[in-house]
Design a protein around this ligand. Sequence first.
Ligand SMILES: [Zn+2]
Length: 223
Amino acid sequence: VTADTFAADPSTRRLGDELALFSARLYERGWMPGTSGNLSARLPGAPDRALITASGRDKGELTAQDMVVVDAGTGDLAEPTALRASAETSIHAAVYRATDAQAVIHVHSPYATAVACRAGRETQTTLVRLERFELLKGLGLADATGTDLPVFPNWAKVPRIAADVSDYYGQVPAAPPGLLIAGHGITTWGKDLAQARNRLECLESICQLLAIGAGEIRVRDPD
Ligand SMILES: [Zn+2]
């Protein structure tokens, strides 16, 4: 994002600062190792656009300038920039297309990734049954007694993962506000970055319980 954009629209600068702050906190927890992971949010004044963290940057040291403006529905760059948007931007766009998300967080947090390794398959979507955990109440589900967390194949071509995501969430409105990608990581969303982060914490904690054996990892095929 250039200084001109910030001068024209202070709310974009505030959102850029917020993305940098959330990113640094998640990095410090070890959930964005290397330069991995990305955060985005719809622009307050232009909800068909989103601001997303740039690719290849250390996620602990981003500033508001290290963000890219993209079309929220496609993930395509919406403004000329010298920065790169991650290939994973297409997954954020799939979530914006298929849900009412205002903010999306994708990280490689260890326990969610462990469950994604154990429950995922190479070429087929699977569902992990989540039941009984108190923290299910933090996900905003219509029925907090249980849900099926989808695990999508980690296709080499990321837009193929994105297509799986938008197809699934278009067909299963009761699906939880989070998903796993096999052997890769977790994506969550909400009405703002704080809610997306809270839901991420709940799912990471539930996956921690599963990974340390506090419940069986029950995997099935989608209906
Ligand atoms: Zn990733």
